[in-house]
Design a protein around this ligand. Structure first.
Ligand code: GUN
Length: 299
């Protein structure tokens, strides 16, 4: 049997560190950390995510600003809002919730956010710093940063000699996750939908990170005995056992069977999910410390 990581508990401890650092910055520098979250359109799932981000920012003691823009917002209007937030000294972090409505082009918007306020870690400057191994001055995308907290808790800071496999190559997760593992000295394979014999590649992994978006695709025989398995998938599937028309969340890993083989595994829900918001708060308080010329906390 394996150890199941309690992501809610780890996230709560990150939030405690954020709260303490927020209070200290206010006392020592008279600066209150500020986070602006921007959402465009009516997607209910995005609205739910954004509300939890704004609520958690308040709970952390931040100045928490939410801009809710209509579906009819133009590219120019959104760009103008980002420019205004870039120039606002009370705002240390800017997050534009993705995906944007189809008529808007997200890339120029993301790249127009000042890198030092890019708490999503999506600006090319932050992606480039991570790619070159500069973890001190950039900001790292929240979900991989959260997954990495689990990896460090399990294996320590130095992953020398360990094979890591990341399934997924998105800019938001797969690429930064691979870069973080590499920076910690792991031997990293970034696998994806075009990888040949994915199961065999996965069986080689001491650290297996799945971000595929397919419910319970990774079976027990994909997992090396004793591996650490991090499940980044969040898939809603029908759950007739809970009643007609009901659904539930599952990951990309067939949890019950994989847990028999792995030594450490994350559940869905309650694994990586809660860490994403916690690391957004962490990035905001880091950005506020840097702006004030104070040494930021480590997470
Ligand atoms: N949509 C889903 N996840 C994310 C995220 O981490 N950041 C942003 N900006 N949008 C998202």
């Amino acid at each position: 049997m394996s150890i199941t990581i309690d992501g809610r508990q780890v996230a709560a401890s990150v939030i405690e560190t954020v709260k303490a650092a927020t209070r200290a910055l206010e006392t020592d520098a008279g600066v209150r950390a500020g986070l602006a979250v921007v959402i465009v359109g009516d997607d209910p799932a995005s609205h739910a995510y954004v509300s939890s981000k704004s609520k958690m920012a308040k709970e952390c003691g931040f100045l928490s600003i939410q801009h809710t823009l209509s579906e009819a917002t133009t590219q120019e209007e959104l760009a103008a809002l980002v420019a205004k937030l870039n120039a606002d000294p009370s705002i240390h972090g800017i997050l534009v919730q993705l995906p944007l409505p189809k008529h808007l082009n997200s890339e120029p918007i993301i790249q127009s956010i000042l890198p030092e306020k890019d708490v999503d870690g999506l600006h090319v400057v932050n992606a480039g710093k991570l790619a070159t191994g500069d973890l001190e001055s950039g900001l790292v995308s929240c979900t991989p940063a959260g997954a990495m907290v689990f990896v460090r808790q399990t294996h320590g800071d130095d992953l020398s000699g360990l094979n890591a496999v990341v399934i997924g190559r998105s800019n938001l997760f797969g690429k930064p996750m691979s870069a973080l593992l590499l920076a910690a000295n792991a031997t990293v394979t970034t696998a994806h939908s075009r990888t040949r014999d994915l199961a065999a590649v996965c069986r080689n992994a001491d650290i297996l990170v799945a971000a595929v978006g397919r419910p319970e695709m990774l079976k027990a025989d994909w997992v090396k005995p004793g591996a650490t398995v991090i499940d980044v998938g969040i898939n809603r599937v029908p759950a007739p056992e809970k009643g007609e028309g009901k659904s539930k969340l599952v990951g990309d890993v067939a949890f019950a069977e994989a847990a028999e083989v792995a030594s450490v595994i994350t559940p869905v829900p309650g694994g990586v999910g809660p860490m994403t918001i916690a690391m957004l708060m962490a990035n905001t308080v880091i950005a506020a410390h840097r702006k004030a010329g104070h040494k930021p906390p480590r997470f």
